[in-house]
Design a binder for this molecule. Structure first.
Ligand code: ADE
Ligand code: ZN
Length: 328
């Protein structure tokens, strides 16, 4: 099974580029850009990665992102991830980024977008991997700042496929961003949102009904609501589930308690993703492998998970069909 997981072409739909910042690159960039960090070496960075919930992770994640300063830094970050992804036979990915984390430090779209774009073009040429960008609003900040961010992104609109919503979920329901998402829809962006990671099923319903998103990131708290599960299954709403993330952030006690396979068996459109692999101890293959070790899914179930991700992507239908033909 390990070699099948490695070998088959895969699509990743839930990956934060700032969450691919490996400790080694973090220390190198901190030194190069003279950004102070509370860590002296790799061992100290890794020792800090013990999280008790989403917020305890986000504090370190935003601190880590502070070492990203120049266009070259953003290029290197994206290129490092796309190289690793290609080695793992990921053929298409939809990568999230958090502009507000960078804007707050005076680093604008004119710095990070060219860095991302250059790496995406180089990786496509070198490895054949395709990459779409999802620009996320930070939900713990005011909606007005999300709308400002949408305006700043306008010159780069052709390079951004979708708008997403991430950061601290508790106390920040999707409906807080109703106007920002309505405006994004008018501008032609696809819409996704994190919901039901730590927050309850009502967050998922709010994202679907108020924001009109076409995909839910995480969504695992639908386990608490059988009517919602039925609705999600009937509408084939994609859930971009991140198993290792859920364990690291204590959403579930251990992988044996993770509901991915149960949701798949109930007909939900679940996919497997890595979220923030540099912080959670594994990339996409590691996520599949960790789930396999706990649940021993069949080859058929594995292919179904890949099929779900291809069909739930924003790729054109012809490309989806090509990829589906390769996995069955
Ligand atoms: N930002 C990066 N990773 C995240 C996650 N798992 N949930 C919410 N916001 C995030
Ligand atoms: Zn996420």
């Amino acid at each position: 099974m390990r070699s099948l997981i490695e070998r088959l072409p895969k699509v990743e739909l839930h990956l934060h580029i700032e969450g691919t910042l490996e400790p080694s690159l973090m220390l190198e960039l901190a030194e190069r850009n003279q950004v102070p960090l509370p860590y002296k070496n790799l061992a100290e960075v890794k020792a800090a990665y013990q999280f008790e919930d989403l917020q305890s992770f986000l504090d370190l994640y935003y601190l880590g992102a502070s070492v990203l300063v120049t266009e070259a830094d953003f290029y290197e970050l994206m290129m490092q991830y796309l190289t690793k992804a290609s080695q793992d036979h990921i053929v298409h990915c939809e990568v999230m980024f958090d502009p507000q984390t960078h804007l707050a430090r005076g680093i604008g779209f004119e710095i990070f977008m060219p860095g991302f774009q250059r790496a995406i073009a180089d990786a496509e040429q070198k490895f054949g991997i395709s990459t779409y960008l999802i620009m996320c609003f930070l939900r713990d900040l005011p909606e007005a700042e999300a709308i400002d961010t949408l305006l700043l992104a306008a010159p780069f609109k052709d390079q951004i496929t979708a708008i997403g919503l991430d950061s601290a979920e508790m106390g920040h329901p999707p409906s807080k961003f109703q106007r920002a998402f309505a405006e994004a829809a008018r501008e032609g962006y696809q819409l996704v949102a994190h919901a039901g990671e730590e927050g309850g099923p009502e967050m998922i319903k709010d994202a679907l009904d108020t924001l009109k998103v076409v995909r839910i990131d995480h969504g695992v708290q639908c386990i608490q609501d059988s009517d919602l599960r039925l609705r999600l299954a009937q509408a084939r709403v994609p859930l971009t589930v991140c198993p290792l993330s859920n364990i690291k952030l204590c959403v579930f006690a251990d992988m044996a308690a993770h509901p991915l396979l149960s949701l798949l068996s109930q007909g939900l459109n679940v996919t497997v993703n890595s979220d923030d692999p540099a912080y959670f101890g594994g990339y996409l293959v590691d996520n599949f492998w960790a789930v396999y070790q706990a649940h021993h899914f069949t080859e058929e179930q594995f292919r179904q998970l890949l099929d779900n991700a291809i069909k739930s992507s924003f790729l054109p239908d012809a490309r989806k069909k090509q990829l589906i033909d390769q996995i069955w």
